[in-house]
Write a protein that binds this ligand. Sequence first.
Ligand code: PHE
Length: 447
Amino acid sequence: MSERETWTTRVGFIFAAVGSAVGLGNIWSFPFQTGSNGGAAFLLIYLLAVFLIGFPAMMMEFVIGRGSSMNPISAFEKLGYGNWSVAGALGVFTSIVTLAFYSVVGGWVISYIAGSLTGAYFGDAGTFFGAVSAGPTSVLTHALFMAITIGIVAFGIQNGIEKATKVMIPAIIVLLVGLAAWGATLDGAAAGYEYYLSPDFGYLAANFASIVPSAVGQAFFTLSLGFSVMVAYASYLGRDDSLPADGGAIVVVNTLVALLAGFVVFPVLFAIGAEPGSGGLGAAFVSLAGAFGQIPGGSILGFVFFIILLLAALSSSISLLETPTSYVVDNYDYSRKQVATGLGALVWAVGIPTALSTNTLGWYNAVVFNLLLPVVVLLFAVFVGWVASDLSADEIGRGTTLDAGFATTWLWWVRIVIPVAIGLTLVLGIQSLLIRAGVLEAAVILG
Ligand code: PHE
């Protein structure tokens, strides 16, 4: 077996991890979650969740990955806790299920890029969405998106993922800044900013119980936590960098990109008087795209927007494919190209039902969000905080000038605060899955 690769530079790792974090979650779900949860009220709680829960949780995955220099399944064995491989494996499974539908949405984005050029969605965005989101077109664009993802992962850590994300991330930021500047010139800008940035504390108080778990869930998803992805990426760190410093940079950039996306989406929506964020991901593709069709210069705006979305989606999908790929490449004698292709084809197949029905896609998403992701985070927290705590404390301090007090505080945070926050999300998540399945009455959660 050939030698295991590492990132060429520290910045290379940061770009790759930012690439994983910045995705559909930032540019698509974040503005629309904010929109459907009362605007700035949600934003406030989301920021707290990202920095107080997400950031320390990211360190958990980093510690497992760098501490073992192994893929997320073998990592636990290497650290001397073979039974815990189950936790890593569940994370890898979650990556596969997530990529299966994430790449379908990536495929929709490809259709919208084409639609911006032909003007196909300008007249009736709803009909366009119906045509490209479920059925043969969607299966095809899903395949195309997966093919690009496989292409990048096949080239490996340095020549594939690191090189690609070093181009994608700056491009995403520059283009988003450009769009946000354009957004500022629109008629809806003032109203949009107002909704986005001035919190309605009455709304917050009244909806606290539903805002908190959504914000915590979104914080984990946007930081790619609970999928073993950050375990895999940190395992390619051959160096003694400061994990908290790298993690801090990743969290800050990821948050800035999400905030920027809000500065694009809200002015556009308010410019045409659209309701911000009613009814889920599909409706989002309809309302924003519809707005592009109605404002001056909207076709260029739309084209650029969907290009950004595609780059962001790809820089995330490669991390989701890398996670299972790293396991097979570490343990079996197949070439990376073979493994990426084989696993990519498997993911594509698993995703086909979601390319045929947006309802099925909603189910995959709900199971990941409400069940798999919180369970994996919970397992990691118990492992890092309680089971392998000495090792974790050593590893978090390596390469830093932080004193032992930092490690101790972090460890207690991981032991208590993160499990409580994610445990709450899990309980509410299971409840909402049962409601979705028709087992529970919606009144239970509302009452
Ligand atoms: N963080 C990505 C986003 O915001 C999604 C993702 C989750 C990517 C998990 C990789 C792993 O879109």
